[in-house]
Design a protein around this ligand. Structure first.
Ligand code: NDP
Length: 298
């Protein structure tokens, strides 16, 4: 696949992170304010621990303060709510992220609803999602992974307005907000999901494809209209005896086949993945900026 077809998410994310680092330095100087992100982990899932660690490291690298609570797997819903409420009230903290999934005995809905919408840097609060869905309204925060997909399109100067887009998947954290974001930018959007007959034919009409179905390499070249732009959100482990770990990561798109048809495509890894954390940093920075500017105005 020629480099000219690749959307280099890693390098775009690095650029965004250095932009944020420079803005943080300026904010500290002008306002004496340091953005602060609190990351809450319940239990000891290996994958969640890895995500939390990389989020904290990314915070440190751009000059944020990071806070965190690690609760045991048997922590109660009330205990977790207390932690969220303490962070809601703490002026040093501009973003609160509760790492999902939570243990089964805790209601995800109740916890996400408890996060102050001013600090909802994951963008999962129903009031933020509701505003995203409405014309004339602006959410305080947009969920990080779909926001990263749009940022890739915009930084690659891909026209969105008037284009046909197909989003494969309709989850609350990726597919649904991705479709809303494309629609806000005046694309004509079709969402396909597990009950859609003939998803391939629908997808093959799209100028922009965002694949987030969680099925390894489901979207083959036959799904892609010649010249389309393909954003692959999927992260799946695929057995590979030649790889050191015995597996390698693949997307929801079959890369070689789709790349042969597409004009631009994201690789996995190194496409959407690095953008998710960059957007979390951006959301946290914007939150701190609102506080800094609010303080100046009053
Ligand atoms: P979910 O499992 O929550 O949602 C998958 C969606 O895809 C559902 O809407 C489902 O339909 C749909 N779907 C499943 N099978 C098919 C099919 N055969 N044809 C059409 N649609 C189908 O996944 P997520 O949205 O959380 O994640 C999607 C992918 O993105 C995963 O690979 C995940 O690992 C990855 N991911 C990557 C992130 C990153 O930072 N890069 C962040 C988050 C996720 P239905 O609603 O009918 O069940």
């Amino acid at each position: 696949v020629p480099a000219s077809k690749l959307i280099d998410g890693k390098s775009i994310a690095d650029t965004i992170r250095s932009e944020i680092a420079a803005e943080v330095a300026a904010m500290k100087q002008q306002h004496g304010l340091t953005p602060g992100l609190a990351v809450v982990l319940v239990g000891a899932r290996k994958d969640s621990e890895t995500y939390v660690r990389s989020k904290k490291k990314a915070c440190a690298e751009v000059g944020f303060d990071s806070y965190g609570a690690d609760l045991p797997a048997d922590a109660t819903e009330e205990e977790l709510l207390k932690v969220v409420e303490a962070y809601n009230a703490d002026p040093r903290i501009h973003g609160i992220l509760v790492q999902l999934p939570l243990p089964k005995h805790i209601s995800e809905k109740r916890i996400l609803d408890a996060i102050s919408i001013e600090k909802d840097v994951d963008g999962f609060h129903p009031l933020n999602i509701g505003a995203l869905a409405m014309r004339g309204r602006d959410p305080l925060f947009v969920p990080c992974t779909p926001k990263g997909c749009i940022e890739l399109l915009e930084r690659m100067k891909v026209p969105i307005s008037g284009r046909r887009a197909c989003v494969i998947g309709r989850s609350n954290i990726v597919g649904m907000p991705a479709a809303l974001l494309l629609q806000r930018r005046d694309a004509t959007v079709t969402m396909v999901h597990s009950k859609t007959p003939d998803a391939q034919r629908i997808c093959a009409e799209a100028d922009i494809v965002i694949a987030a179905c969680g099925v390894a390499e489901m979207v083959t070249g036959d799904w892609i209209k010649p010249g389309a732009v393909v954003i692959d959100v999927g992260i799946n482990a695929k057995d590979d005896p030649t790889a050191k770990k015995g597996y390698r990561l693949v997307g929801d798109v079959e890369f070689e086949g789709a790349a042969a048809k597409a004009s631009l495509i994201t690789p996995v890894p190194g496409g959407v993945g690095p953008m998710t954390i960059a957007m979390l940093l951006q959301n946290t920075f914007e939150s701190a900026k609102r506080v800094a500017e609010g303080a100046k105005a009053s």
